[in-house]
Design a protein around this ligand. Structure first.
Ligand code: PMP
Length: 361
């Protein structure tokens, strides 16, 4: 199987070909059970082994200390907007949130339903073109936690240096950049990510929680919204998303085959540089994000007119460069270049951008 398209979708996103191949085999026969991965029990020993191996591989690949538990849950990153404050924002405490875009503000909205929130910084007034500078962030001294969005999928900004929160647990929504670069997990109290960009298909959400933060939900918390039963039952408090977890396992194997996150990060840097160099080479393409806040995952830019943007996305699609249309709140073009978009995809996009500019200036 060799495809000649490159998918720049913001998520669900392009998957590595070896993952598509091994998944297609498991759809017919999982681990020589004679059963499809869709038919096997989540309590079967073969699946249990896979789940354990998935967790182990993620620990190894991300360098997750043993003081953390990895969970595979459902409900998307969006459910984590609620689970985080339900579990970790007790009455009488304040949670700090840094507002850097659409998903950050949705996390804030949900947290406000649960408890007291301090918006420690926001770049909403400048249409989220950059992240707040350290001196713009007003943290609460004894906050319950501080929440950030490590990569802002819609606006195309990404934290390069995370805020220093001392003893206050730092919590990150890493949905759109997990596994794309090396991260020191020990700096975080909790990390969560919907899988459908860098980790696997839609339908599973990964939560990496420091064990001392488990068991803090109020007594009247519904069980499914409390991290504790999920931790105690190894992500199988109820039927876990078996097939989606299988795919995550295959993606992690693929990352190891690429030489791990360090190699993936080097390629991601190269891919992003190719496109940003074009944005910086003239004023035909105008980047949304300020240079110091640029994302390596989602590159957002405008063309001289909306008509040209339409034409760009549609001509690109005919050339096999799919999913380039920007989000409605930023407009223009968004090239999401998650891990599975190869360097050749970025090269082809860069060539297309040069040619389009020449033919449409
Ligand atoms: N956070 C970020 C940074 C995202 O990019 C997304 C989805 N694009 C979400 C949260 C919401 O994720 P889900 O749809 O899995 O709930």
């Amino acid at each position: 199987m060799t495809r000649d398209i490159f998918i720049f979708n913001p998520g669900p996103a392009m998957m590595p070909e070896p993952v598509l191949e091994s998944t297609s085999k498991a759809v017919l026969n999982f681990a020589n059970t004679g059963m499809s991965i869709m038919e096997v029990s989540h309590r079967a020993k073969e699946f249990d082994a896979l789940l354990e191996d998935t967790e182990k591989r993620l620990h190894k690949i991300m360098g997750i200390p043993d003081t953390y538990k990895v969970l595979f849950l459902q409900g998307g990153a969006t459910l984590q907007f609620s689970m985080v404050p339900i579990n970790l924002l007790p009455a009488g405490k304040v949670a700090d949130y840094i507002d850097t875009g659409y998903f950050a503000s949705r996390a804030i909205k949900e947290a406000k339903l649960i408890g007291k929130v301090n918006v420690a910084a926001s770049t909403k007034e400048i249409n989220y073109t950059r992240l707040p500078a350290p001196n713009e962030i007003k943290l609460t001294k004894d906050a319950a936690y501080c929440h950030i969005t490590s990569n802002n999928t819609i606006y195309g900004t990404q934290w390069q240096t995370f805020p220093e929160t001392g003893n206050v647990p730092l919590i990150a929504d890493m949905s759109s950049d997990i596994l794309s670069r090396k991260v020191d997990v020990s700096k975080f109290g909790l990390i969560y990510a919907g899988a459908q960009k860098n980790m696997g298909p839609a339908g599973v959400t990964c939560v990496i929680i420091r064990k001392d933060l488990v068991g803090k939900a109020p007594a009247n918390t519904p069980s499914m919204l409390d991290y504790k039963p999920h931790v105690e039952n190894n992500s199988s408090y109820n039927t876990c998303p078996v097939t989606a977890i299988f795919v995550v396992h295959e993606v992690l194997k693929w990352i190891e085959d690429q030489g791990g996150v360090a190699n993936i990060e080097a390629t991601n840097n190269e891919k992003a540089k190719l496109i940003y160099n074009i944005l910086d080479s003239g004023d035909y393409y105008k980047g949304h994000a300020e240079k110091g806040s640029r994302s390596k995952m989602n590159i957002t830019f405008r063309l001289p007119s909306e008509a040209l943007e339409e034409k760009f996305a549609s001509e690109a699609s005919k050339r096999g460069l799919k999913g380039l249309k920007g989000h409605r709140s930023v407009g223009g073009i968004r090239a999401s270049m998650y891990n599975a978009v190869p360097l050749a995809g970025a090269q082809k996009l860069a060539e297309f951008m040069k040619e389009f500019k020449k033919n449409n200036s």
